[in-house]
Design a protein around this ligand. Structure first.
Ligand code: HEC
Length: 137
């Protein structure tokens, strides 16, 4: 009898753990998915599909003397910035620093901004994600 109770409680314990883990993964997937939606509505026009950028070379100014929107997929600097810095850029854009990016502080809610950061992170190759985790997480 004792054994059975032990077994049952182990099963409950183990499945409990498992579903908590799953829930965490699912909520991250969900954040990435909704981040993609927010991205495709608000950011894709400048940063390109999956953050690949639109210009051939994001380090070369366009004919108006402005730098193009950099790719966000890990091929430019985005991953050098902490989550707080990324949030700052999303909120304030680049106009204050002589750039072109509009500010999104009033246009998106906090959940959407966080989802965007999760989505951008999901676009990076895994070696860059690892470096980022070591530096900022
Ligand atoms: C009108 C074009 C435009 C839109 C729309 C836009 N951006 Fe940008 N973004 C830029 C430009 C241009 C820069 C480079 C800095 C500057 O000139 O302001 C930039 C810079 C950034 C950076 C810093 C990248 C780095 O490597 O340091 C991040 C992060 C970013 N944008 C995220 C976003 C997100 C997320 C959205 C959507 C909510 C968005 N941008 C919408 C044009 C845009």
């Amino acid at each position: 009898m004792k054994k059975t109770i032990f077994l049952i409680s182990m099963i409950v314990f183990l499945t409990g753990c498992n579903s908590a883990e799953k829930e965490k993964e699912n909520s991250l997937d969900l954040a990435v998915a909704s981040g993609e939606e927010v991205f495709n509505k608000n950011c894709v026009s400048c940063h390109g599909s999956e953050g690949r950028g639109l210009a051939d070379d994001w380090k070369v100014k366009d004919e108006n003397g402005n730098f193009p929107a950099p790719p966000l997929n890990g091929t430019a600097h985005t991953w050098h910035h902490s989550p707080a810095q990324l949030l700052y850029t999303i909120n304030n854009g680049g106009v204050d620093m002589g750039g072109q990016m509009p500010a999104f502080s009033e246009r998106l809610n906090e959940e959407q901004k966080q989802a965007l950061i999760d989505y951008i992170y999901s676009l990076w190759p895994s070696d860059i994600q690892t470096k980022y985790n070591q530096r900022f997480k």
